[in-house]
Design a protein around this ligand. Structure first.
Ligand code: EPS
Length: 367
């Protein structure tokens, strides 16, 4: 009912607030026998973390995972896995001026309307800090998907403001380049331009939106359920649950509107599909092609530029957000989007195995 849990068989429940003592998650339903140690979380958590470059929030959190249960001698046991990360660098006084008002564009006002009480320190439960635990849970999901099926879930920044990657249509993304710069940007030559762009934005006290593309490769055909458990429906819900996401596309997405059927359909050839407008999903079930999902993220609402709001007495006031905010939340959203895709995929894979595990490989299978 309160919707802090996610997934049917691989169920992740997160808890905690940005300025509370800790954030954490409980994963229930994890397959036993997956090798996992605290250091396995470091890579993805560091990709998502604040303070790694001057282009993101300057809050410095260690983001060290404590495994409290569900792992014995570095292997998952099948029992609930509890993970904890302590908050060590919250600076709640930055929020003193916001105690009795609401940031425009932020969840401050709607949390207040819903609960009649809110934790005003940082974004509270609505803070992007919560996404840390999604990324931590997905480290285990990604590992299982990779080891069992060779599935890889990787993302990149596909637009920031009005800047797009300088790539020709259909170009293959080089993920080594993506991982080599602070923006998860697929074209190295454009990175200096992005640096100037974000520096200028920060100086101006403003923020900007972004688009993130995620590709899941080597996904076997057959994952996803008709009709209310369609893979694309669950991906859309999972991706929409990420802070600041305002749009989700699967495959050709909204571009499908202007396509003809003859163009959109992905022809089946004995040596492979001719295109992938469907984003690897037909009828809510994977086709064996790459699963392609994209998200649109709004500009960060906590900005230095003053804006109008009301206070608790209903009077007109001017607000300015102090704090250590991201000029573009989309940059750090890359590992978060990958995490949500991985969590949906492991859940669907386990559900497929439960119902159709005896079906085996069905012929013909298109490469
Ligand atoms: C966030 C505001 C900033 C970010 C935070 C997300 O924190 P603070 O409340 O301390 O100013 O640093 O991100 C994280 C701490 C994180 O780990 O992602 C917000 O309002 O969403």
């Amino acid at each position: 009912m309160s919707s802090n849990s996610f997934g049917k068989l691989f169920t992740v429940t997160t808890f905690g607030e940005s300025h509370g003592p800790a954030i954490g998650c409980v994963i229930d339903g994890c397959p036993p026998g997956i090798a996992i140690a605290p250091q396995d979380f470091a890579h993805d958590l560091s990709r998502r973390a604040t303070g790694k470059s001057r282009f993101t929030s300057q809050r410095h959190e260690a983001d060290e995972v404590e495994i409290l249960s569900g792992v014995y001698e570095n292997k998952t046991t099948g029992t609930p896995i509890a993970l904890l990360i302590r908050n060590t660098d919250a600076r709640s006084k930055d929020y003193d001026e916001l105690l009795d008002t609401f940031r425009p564009g932020h969840a401050d006002y709607t949390y207040w309307q819903k609960y009649g009480i809110r934790d005003p320190r940082g974004g509270g439960r609505a803070s992007a800090r919560e996404t840390t635990m999604r990324v931590a849970a997905a480290v285990i999901a990604k590992k299982w998907l990779r080891e069992k099926f060779g599935v890889q879930v990787r993302g990149y920044l596909a637009q920031i403001g009005d800047v797009m990657p300088d790539l020709s249509k259909g170009a293959v993304i080089d993920f080594d380049i993506v991982e080599s710069n602070a923006f998860f940007w697929p074209v190295a030559a454009q990175v200096p331009r992005l640096e100037k762009y974000i520096d200028a934005l920060r100086k101006d006290g403003d923020s900007v939106g972004a688009r993130v593309d995620v590709v899941a490769s080597n996904v076997p055909p057959g994952w996803g359920e008709p009709v209310y458990g369609k893979l694309d429906a669950e991906l859309a819900s999972a991706l929409m649950s990420i802070n600041a996401v305002k749009g989700v596309e699967i495959g050709a997405g909204f571009a499908s509107v202007s396509q003809r059927g003859s163009e959109h359909r992905d022809e089946l050839r004995s040596d492979g599909f001719a295109s992938n407008h469907a984003g690897g999903i037909l009828g809510g079930i994977t086709s064996g092609q790459d699963v392609l999902a994209s998200i649109a993220l709004k500009p960060t609402s906590s900005i230095l530029k003053p804006g109008r709001s009301v206070n608790l007495a209903g009077e007109q006031v001017e607000v300015r957000s102090k704090g250590r905010h991201d000029p573009c939340v989309g940059i750090r959203a890359v590992p978060i989007a990958e995490a949500m895709v991985a969590l949906v995929l492991i859940d669907q894979a386990l559900r497929h195995r439960a119902q159709c595990g005896d079906v085996g490989e069905v012929k013909p299978r298109i490469a």
